[in-house]
Design a protein around this ligand. Structure first.
Ligand code: ADP
Length: 633
């Protein structure tokens, strides 16, 4: 939460930390402060200018109160019209100048704040882009976005509001106090004595209001939660399909009702107190009038009516800064907590980075070797154990195995989405950890089950892989990916919008566009990670036809659950529980009657029956009928 957001003082003038904030108070160390101020450093000149503006405008804000004394003494009491006009004019002029300087101050302040957040956002974005896949899978996406948006926005508020409020309030307070004591120290003391009497109860009443605000915030979160859940595309679908409209409406209505009750209570909290307080506030000036009158009449005839008026006016000027400064501690802690949160993110080490002497080979062959690879996402649960295999350039390997056995994990290690715990993955004889990361990732093209298309046109998505691709190259890639006919049928052709994440397209169409994208990228190694699962058999066949020539001509790895895909590969690795349980050709593996055979009987043959040209393939594999499997329509 940005400082100054929830818990703003308002008329009750109280800011308080939530229990959570109290529990998570940041340690304010010199290092932290140094780091915070390092962001201000590039803008030192502007900062000095802001401070000057604040000093001058604070002074000019106080000045009219002092001029009031002259208006009374020189103008009114001496019945001097010229002097009266002069001082009134002067007072108005000073107020105008103070406001103008205020505008300049606000401009420079906003400028600095915007530039600092600009720097921070860029720095954060580039830092986040270096984060590993592990970071994105373990961290909540909402949290990451919050760091980028509202937290960094909070910094803006700190600079434009917290920092400048500390400065201007302190300066105003000091100037007002000095002026008061200079005029008459006894009256100054009399006036100041009541300030605590006024501020302490204010804070008490503020606290009650704060707890109500907190409560209503919770209900508000609840309401937002319901909205988020039920008004999203998939949420609404669920509500509709389960006929839960009435149930959700009731839930929403109940929370909504609680919220209005709390809002009314919150808005009324302390209103009576304000009435008492307003009356009380006028006690201060009365005390000064009383004491001033007594002093003037009995002890010191030199004390002028103007002086008394000035003191009353100045007293009115110190309530607000005192109140604000009393709340500053809360703002300060919140600001530091915010910076700490942001810095914690900056301090997450970059897990996968270029080695110091990273190699960029001049020639590329495309051999991949896994040697005794061990890997875990989170220790101590080992996911891959002793994975050893060789993929020679131009060849293809199919990886099969039960779901969760570690197939995707194996391929993730090739473009270094993760690094091995022990053992090695080499590309053309060089450990991938020693290769230039950009080079390595350029060599690998992955088509996964969850295709991701960016919002934009089909063309935009293709150009993402190869920014300088010509129209012919794109058409060729689309043809190879078996999607060109579909694109020709679209009114806008290749300039058809794919919608948010490609939602305007079917799964199969998206998949084929992503294959076209990979064909354009033209990597050394193609990886198809269950590219055809979760699709209907017609889409699948089209994808299969697109993938087949690639498998036959390029170095490729396929994670597949369809027999026809597996059959196209040169070698089959059967993975079970993170280990290679069997390897060999289809025939060899079937003969072994092990995991593969079992998989065949439960998965592949069924898939096979769904495909076109079943008998031909069956006969090719078996020379007879496959295992008894019901045919799913
Ligand atoms: P497969 O591709 O064979 O279905 P995966 O390689 O996706 O299997 O997953 C292997 C195991 O690793 C599973 O137990 C899965 O729960 C776990 N796993 C996969 N991804 C992650 C991740 N990002 N963090 C933690 N565990 C993961």
């Amino acid at each position: 939460m940005p400082p100054g957001g929830r818990g703003m003082g308002g008329p009750m003038g109280g800011k308080f930390l939530t229990e959570e904030e109290k529990a998570n108070q940041p340690k304010i160390t010199p290092e932290l402060l140094k780091r915070v101020f390092s962001y201000l450093k590039p803008y030192t000149k502007q900062l000095v200018l802001v401070i000057l503006c604040i000093i001058v405008s604070s002074f000019f804000t106080i000045l009219p109160s002092i001029i009031t004394g002259k208006i009374v003494d020189e103008g009114l009491l001496k019945k001097d019209l010229n002097a009266l006009l002069l001082y009134i004019g002067l007072s108005l002029l000073v107020t105008l100048i103070a406001s103008l300087i205020g505008v300049a101050e606000h401009y420079i302040n906003t400028w600095i704040a915007q530039h600092i957040t600009y720097d921070m956002r860029n720095q954060m974005y580039s830092h986040l882009q270096q984060m590993s896949q592990r970071f994105f899978t373990t961290n909540n996406q909402g949290d990451i976005i919050t760091r980028m948006t509202s937290d960094i926005d909070g910094v803006k508020t700190i600079i434009t509001s917290t920092f400048s409020s500390i400065l201007s309030n302190s300066i105003t307070l000091i100037i007002a106090l000095v002026a008061m004591f200079q005029k008459n120290w006894i009256l100054a003391l009399v006036g100041i004595v009541i300030v605590p009497l006024f501020t302490i109860p204010t804070r008490k009443a503020g606290k009650k209001r704060w707890s109500l605000t907190n409560e209503s915030q919770q209900v508000n979160d609840e309401v937002n939660g319901i909205l988020n859940e039920t008004l999203s595309v998939s949420g609404q679908l669920l509500v509709k399909l389960f006929g839960k409209e009435k149930y959700e409406y009731d839930r929403y209505e109940k929370a909504n009702k609680r919220m209005i009750g709390l809002n009314i209570k919150e808005s009324m909290a302390g209103r009576w107190f304000i009435v008492v307080l307003t009356t009380f506030t006028s006690v201060g000036p009365m005390l000064i009038y009383l004491a001033g009158g007594i002093i003037m009449m009995k002890y010191d005839p030199n004390l002028s009516i103007g002086d008394i008026t000035v003191l009353v006016a100045l007293l009115g000027r110190i309530y607000m800064p005192v109140n604000s400064l009393l709340n500053i501690q809360v703002d300060w802690i919140r600001s530091m907590a915010l910076f700490t949160r942001i810095f914690n993110y900056f301090d997450i080490p970059v897990e996968i980075k270029n080695a110091d002497n990273a190699i960029t080979p001049e020639t590329v062959v495309g051999d991949v070797v896994f040697e005794h690879v061990e890997f875990s996402y989170e220790k101590p649960k080992t996911i891959l154990k002793d994975i050893t295999f060789t993929l020679n350039a131009g060849k293809s390997i199919a990886i099969v195995g039960p779901s969760g056995s570690g197939k995707s994990t194996i391929v993730n290690l090739i473009p270094r989405l993760y690094d091995v715990d022990s053992g090695s993955v080499t590309f053309d004889g060089v450990d991938v950890r020693n290769l230039d990361l950009k080079f390595l990732r350029n060599q690998v093209g992955v088509v996964s089950q969850e295709t991701y298309l960016f919002n934009g046109t089909i063309r935009d998505n293709l150009l993402y892989a190869k920014p300088d691709a010509t129209e012919e190259e794109m058409v060729e890639a689309l043809k190879k990916a078996n999607i060109y006919d579909f694109i020709c049928r679209q009114e806008k052709g290749i300039d058809t919008e794919v919608g948010n994440r490609g939602l305007k397209l079917s799964g199969g169409e998206k998949q084929r566009i992503s294959i076209a994208r990979i064909i354009l990228k033209d990597p050394t190694i193609f990886i198809f990670d269950e590219a055809t699962s979760a699709l209907d058999s017609i889409s699948e066949k089209k994808i299969q036809d697109a993938i087949d020539p690639i498998i036959k001509s390029k170095t490729s790895i396929l994670i597949a659950h369809r027999l026809s895909t597996i059959l196209a590969a040169d070698e089959i690795l059967v993975v079970k529980d993170g280990m290679i349980a069997e390897r060999g050709s289809h025939k060899e593996l079937l003969a072994r009657e092990g995991v593969y055979r079992e998989l065949y009987e439960t998965q592949f043959s069924k898939a096979l029956l769904e495909e076109d040209g079943v008998t031909e393939l069956e006969q090719y594999i078996w020379g007879s009928q496959p295992a008894d499997e019901p045919i799913d329509e």
